[in-house]
Design a protein around this ligand. Structure first.
Ligand code: GLN
Length: 277
């Protein structure tokens, strides 16, 4: 029977070379509870039949387009491994730019009140909370299923300084004021062809698309912010690569000062912010 036993190498060879092979390594590593280094060093290792079958099923789903993060239920963000489900957007590297910029503003021992609007998996709120344990962070989301994922992530990482509230944008925060508000809202234009391609097809559309120009939710967040920021408080927003000018204009029109934009690693304008009062 030895001849029929699948090995690590044999299973991986079923995936086409290139990105799909690398992704197959992630899928098999996930099922075996091993990292890529282990797989490559143990490629003769026999794989139990039920694991081989599970791998083939996941690999087939990947070949049909499903994102690797939804197949493994995991995605790394900042220093945290986060649970993800199709209820939440898969955290992206460009969003780490927003975290970086927020951390540059928050002094190490600050006891700030911080809000993350539309938290999804909790990525931004939990990254900030882990780096600034003295801050009190509120993370909101309109979708209870997303909040359940975010809460799971907080528990998994033992993060206690984030409170989760259900509701659209400012609605659950009435009467509350913050030193810093961050958000990665939906910002893709409704008719953007990018929504019909690749991994984003499997992500929640309401977390991606925001009206004709993709600015609908950014407008709601910016116009509501002055009522929720302490004097000198800051609003920091992720936006599309081509929305920097529009977002700066919206911020200035709403009365923000020191309005600035920062680029992501790809050199695109990605994060804009300003100070209130
Ligand atoms: N950057 C994401 C994308 O283009 C969009 C994320 C968002 O809308 N907040 O897929």
């Amino acid at each position: 029977m030895q001849g029929n036993t699948d090995t690590v190498r044999g299973l991986l060879a079923e995936a086409p070379r290139g990105d799909l092979r690398r992704e197959a390594e992630i899928l098999l590593g996930h099922l075996l509870g091993r990292d890529r280094g282990w797989l490559l060093a143990h490629d003769d290792e026999p794989v139990p039949p039920e694991t081989a079958a599970a791998f083939r099923a996941l690999h087939a789903r990947r070949m049909a387009g499903e994102p690797v993060a939804y197949l493994t239920g995991r995605r790394g963000f900042w220093t945290l491994e986060l649970c993800v489900t199709p209820d939440v957007l898969i955290p992206r590297p460009e969003t780490e730019r927003l975290v970086e910029q927020a951390l540059a503003c928050i002094p190490e021992d600050a006891r700030w009140d911080v809000a993350d609007l539309g938290t999804g998996s909790g990525a931004i709120a939990l990254a900030l909370a882990s780096e600034r344990p003295a801050c009190r962070i509120v993370a909101t989301d309109a979708n209870p299923a997303a909040l359940a994922v975010a809460r799971t992530n907080a528990e998994r990482h033992g993060i206690r300084n984030v409170a989760f509230l259900e509701g659209e944008w400012w609605q659950p925060l009435q009467g509350r004021h913050f030193h810093l508000v961050v958000s990665n809202p939906p910002y893709v234009a409704d008719d953007d062809p990018h929504l019909a391609r690749g991994d984003v097809r499997f992500e929640p559309r309401h977390a991606l698309a925001a009206g004709e120009q993709g600015l609908d939710d950014l407008k709601v967040i910016i116009s509501g912010a002055p009522a929720h920021l302490h004097p000198g408080g800051m609003l920091l927003l992720e936006h599309g690569y081509d929305q920097g000018e529009a977002v700066r204009r919206l911020l200035r029109e709403a009365g923000f000062r020191d309005v600035e934009t920062w680029q992501d690693l790809a050199g695109h304008e990605r994060v804009s912010g300003g100070l209130w009062g």
